[in-house]
Design a protein around this ligand. Structure first.
Ligand code: NAD
Ligand code: G6P
Ligand code: MN
Length: 443
């Protein structure tokens, strides 16, 4: 029997991550054959630049693959096996607001953490549910693999409002950090070992890392993290700009408070919020760095490819982000039973944590979806932090569902990055004004 060839829709076709994802799909054709690549976005002009460049890349490297792009949901979502979603609702202009408004009040301003992440959540829920509905209407057998952030809030909303839909929410941070861990102890990549991890999205810990012979690698990796965090000598990997290196180095401090485990870097925003605020450039945040950096690079490079009519010498390349989502698509299509960290409903996998919480855990992925691995009981320190964070995320989804100002004020207040009810309210009131086109009306 010949191997199935899939039709892939990239939703958020105008994303800065799209060219590397397309290149990954082309390079990975042997294990994951593709017959069609489609793009969907609601910004026609933005998508067109990326699409025209990708059309050239595809025609030069795999002319047998069909390619289409559209802003029309019916034409985009028809004849699709896998949707790979990476929407940024409100784009970089709104990310800038998510970061700058909290900083004005000396609170962490971040894409997915604290009030900025919750604000982004309230913008994203509606369009993500709409995307699930398009998929179910036009390609009812397809899977939606969702990277769109803030993944924690998005996942709680899909759990609550689309409980039977074929959607899997994912994050690339664990795999990116695992690749770093592998490199710093002289191994090729994350596939050289097997890990156990638990937590929420952007809020978790590794409890075990063992090679395929069962040898414990935690002591060696911890030795590195104790000195250098997750910084390393090589330029390999996605998160290499100065601001990311500061975050990678912060893992050293996170290791001091929890030396038994290895921490996800995102815990920095909750456990080191004071130093994060102190060191931040509050007028020029990460959004500005990307507008002047990655976004500019991607759109300049696409324009260059279009003008020259060739992508032969392009520096676009696949990365961990692209390889992880392709591994997942491959596991679902070919029943590979790969072990992957996904954002899933707890349902007892963490014994002493809410069963209806969306947690991030190792799963075994095959044709019928995923099986979540049992973690047992987690310690008091992690459990307490996670309870506060999940409550904040659930309150934000309550606020969206009920159109409730009060619930969103509680969500902000509950968040560990926020010091008081009054600071929460001041940030919320400023955010309300700029999010008016995106949020439901809050009463
Ligand atoms: P980007 O702004 O470059 O791309 C996002 C695209 O989504 C834009 O082209 C925009 O027009 C489109 N879009 C926005 N709202 C839409 C809607 N309602 N319908 C259709 N398209 C819509 O952003 P980016 O930096 O490339 O990031 C894309 C997304 O991927 C973000 O949400 C980012 O946070 C997320 N991301 C997640 C992970 C993860 O670990 N989960 C990793 C990397 C990126
Ligand atoms: C990691 C996270 C993503 C997040 C990204 C931000 O990869 O897993 O969820 O979107 O970092 O990176 P950026 O370069 O946009 O700040
Ligand atoms: Mn992530």
């Amino acid at each position: 029997m010949s191997k199935k060839e899939s039709s892939i829709l990239i939703a958020g076709g105008g994303s800065t991550y799209t060219p590397s994802l397309v290149i990954m799909l082309l390079e990975g054709r042997e294990r994951f054959p593709v017959r069609k690549i489609k793009f969907y976005d609601n910004d026609e002009k933005r998508q067109e630049i990326v699409a025209k460049a990708c059309e050239i890349i595809i025609s030069e490297r795999a002319p047998e693959i069909e390619f289409e792009y559209s802003i029309d949901p019916k034409s985009a979502f028809s004849d699709v096996d896998i949707v790979m979603a990476q929407l940024r609702v409100g784009k970089y202009a709104m990310r800038e607001q998510d970061e700058k408004i909290p900083f004005k009040h000396n609170v962490v301003g971040q894409e997915t953490c604290g009030p900025g992440g919750l604000a982004y959540g309230l913008r994203s829920i509606g369009p993500i549910l709409e995307m699930v509905d398009y998929m179910e209407e036009y390609s009812p057998n397809a899977w939606l693999l969702n990277y769109s952030n803030p993944a924690a809030v998005v996942a709680e909303s899909t759990r609550r409002f689309r409980p039977n839909s074929k959607i899997i929410n994912i994050c690339d941070m664990p795999v990116c950090l695992e690749d770093i861990m592998a490199r710093v102890i002289g191994l090729k990549d994350r596939k050289s070992f097997e890990t156990t991890y638990f937590g929420l999205n952007h809020f978790g810990w590794w409890t075990s890392i063992k090679d395929h012979e069962g040898n414990d690698l935690m002591p060696l990796i911890s030795k590195h993290v104790k000195k250098y965090g997750y910084t390393e000598q090589t330029q390999k990997g996605q998160h290499k700009e100065t601001s990311w290196l500061e975050t990678m180095f912060a893992a050293k401090e996170l290791h001091e408070i929890e030396p038994e485990f290895l921490s996800n870097t995102y815990l920095k925003y909750y456990l080191m919020s004071d130093s994060t605020v102190d060191h931040a450039n509050k007028e020029y945040t990460r959004a500005n760095e990307i507008i002047d950096g990655r976004e500019k690079f991607v759109f300049n490079e696409c324009t260059r490819i279009i003008n020259e009519g060739t992508a032969k010498d392009t520096t676009f390349a696949s990365n961990e982000h692209a390889s992880f989502i392709t591994d997942l698509a491959c596991a679902l299509t070919f029943n590979t039973k790969e072990r992957m960290i996904l954002i899933v409903e707890n349902n007892g996998a963490i014994e002493n944590f809410d069963s209806d919480a969306m947690v991030e855990l190792p799963c075994i992925v095959g044709k019928d979806g995923y099986e979540v691995l049992s973690i047992g009981k987690i310690p008091t320190f992690q459990k307490g932090l996670m309870e506060q964070q999940i409550a904040s995320e659930k309150l934000a989804v309550d606020a969206w569902e009920q159109g409730s100002y009060q619930k969103l004020w509680q969500a902000f207040t509950m968040n560990k990055t926020v010091p008081s009810t009054q600071v929460a309210k001041a940030i919320l009131d400023e955010m309300l004004l700029v999010n008016e086109p995106y949020w439901p009306t809050l009463k």
